[in-house]
Write a protein that binds this ligand. Structure first.
Ligand SMILES: *Cc1c(COP(=O)(O)O)cnc(C)c1O
Length: 405
């Protein structure tokens, strides 16, 4: 049994039967649609309290048929951490960080892969392949290992070193490509035809989005079925942002939200790779590929995204915006947030804080508003970014304690 009614083209609304393996329609993504009146009758928000603390608590709003067991590493229910010290400095009374770094494999990519690999196993897929800017490869490798499915991972050769290593550790066949994620994507597309791979790219299969949607469901539940005024989200391929927006629509239609007011979504990118910001500023619905994409925030190094129109539609419908943070401010923001609040944010989220400061400065986010920034990954996954020369101590020399006063 499942509450899914059908899948629907994001481009032209064409319906597809949910019972078979699906990818894209005319190169554009598919939405999973649910019978929300049946969901409403089957489950009430209060029923969730008794359920496990993982994204599978929202089972009726997920695509996996109830009779199929999920592939799980215990993902979900990440903390929503108040940041009073940092908030006071930046001029916000209600600043919160939703800390996705605490998920398996250290990033929110686990949410998407938990759902997508569960569906892949349900459909009996045997060989999965992915182009990735980094964290998605590690997450896919872990969930595929858990499911016993063979995996092929392609990533840019200058991806943070931990990403290929964690994927290799989990038994994936990992390849380093002297190009960008878009080049890796082309290699995977060819392998689909020639080697019988199934393409697990962002939005090329419909279920990663459903897993990422649970960020929005969880946020609403943690805030007592209210939503914040503003959400800042680092956007690369865009599934996080698009998924959350879908979650909010579904919750509103279910009648679970205490207020109909939805948050303004802010898509944050680095000025080293900001195709969505450019398209937003130019009033366009589709983004031009961003030339010479370069950023320490490797998850944001996505010069062209198939979900660009879905992102831009969601940002505009929410009354939010797309804005670029400064590349050279990434490391200072990582240090500042970690030092003020003890939260080790990833470079992608550091970009969000630079955007937040700009928005505050321009009066686009007000001091009393409730602001949620997503920490999409763990700083610990970026040792190259954190690298620093530290003082050394010779064990045979006396330590001059007075110099440390
Ligand atoms: C992938 C990734 C992003 C971008 O997420 P999308 O949903 O693809 O836009 C942001 N931060 C981190 C740490 C990531 O791994």
């Amino acid at each position: 049994m499942t509450f899914v009614t059908h899948l629907e083209s994001a481009l032209d609304g064409t319906h597809f039967d949910a019972g078979r393996v699906l990818t894209v329609h005319q190169g554009r993504p598919l939405w999973v649609r649910y019978d929300l009146s049946r969901v409403r009758a089957a489950v009430k928000p209060a029923d969730l309290h008794a359920r496990e603390s993982s994204l599978w608590r929202y089972r009726e709003l997920l695509p996996l048929p109830l009779a199929s067991a999920p592939v799980t590493l215990g993902e979900g229910m990440t903390p929503l951490l108040p940041c009073p010290r940092l908030g006071a400095e930046l001029g916000f009374a209600h600043l919160l960080v939703k800390d996705e770094s605490q998920l398996p494999t250290g990033s929110f990519k686990s949410r998407g892969m938990a759902a997508a690999v569960s569906m892949a196993r349900h459909f009996g897929l045997k060989r999965l392949a992915i182009p990735t800017a980094g964290n998605a490869g590690g997450a896919l490798a872990a969930y595929a290992a858990r499911a016993g499915i063979e995996t092929f991972v392609f990533m840019p050769e200058d991806t943070p070193a931990i990403n290929p290593l964690e994927a290799h550790l989990c038994g994936a066949r990992v390849f380093l490509v002297n190009g960008l994620i878009t080049d890796c994507g082309r290699i995977v597309r060819e392998g689909v035809d020639r080697a019988g791979w199934f393409d697990m790219s962002t939005l090329k299969e419909p279920y990663r989005l459903e897993g990422k949607k649970t960020m929005g469901l969880e946020l609403a539940e943690q805030l007592g079925w209210m939503l914040p005024d503003v959400i800042l989200y680092p956007t690369g391929g865009g599934t996080g942002l698009i998924g959350m927006w879908k979650a909010f629509q579904e919750l509103r239609e279910l009648g679970w939200l205490k207020s109909d007011k939805l948050p303004r979504l802010v898509s944050c990118q680095s000025d080293g790779c900001a195709p969505i910001v450019r398209a937003y500023d130019a009033g366009q619905r589709f983004a031009e590929p961003f030339a010479n994409a370069r950023t320490l925030a490797s998850g944001l190094r996505v010069p062209a995204a198939v979900g660009d129109c879905m992102m831009l539609d969601a940002i505009r419908a929410s009354g939010g915006c797309a804005i670029a943070g400064k590349e050279e401010r990434i490391i200072p923001w990582m240090q500042r947030v970690a030092r003020r609040e003890g939260i080790a944010i990833c470079p992608e989220t550091a970009v969000c804080f630079d955007c937040l400061e700009q928005l505050r400065h321009h009066g686009k986010v007000l001091p009393h508003e409730q602001v949620v920034v997503f920490n999409t990954g763990a700083a610990q996954k970026y040792p190259e970014v954190l690298a620093v020369e530290l003082p050394r101590i010779d064990k045979d020399q006396p330590v001059v304690y007075e110099s440390l006063l």
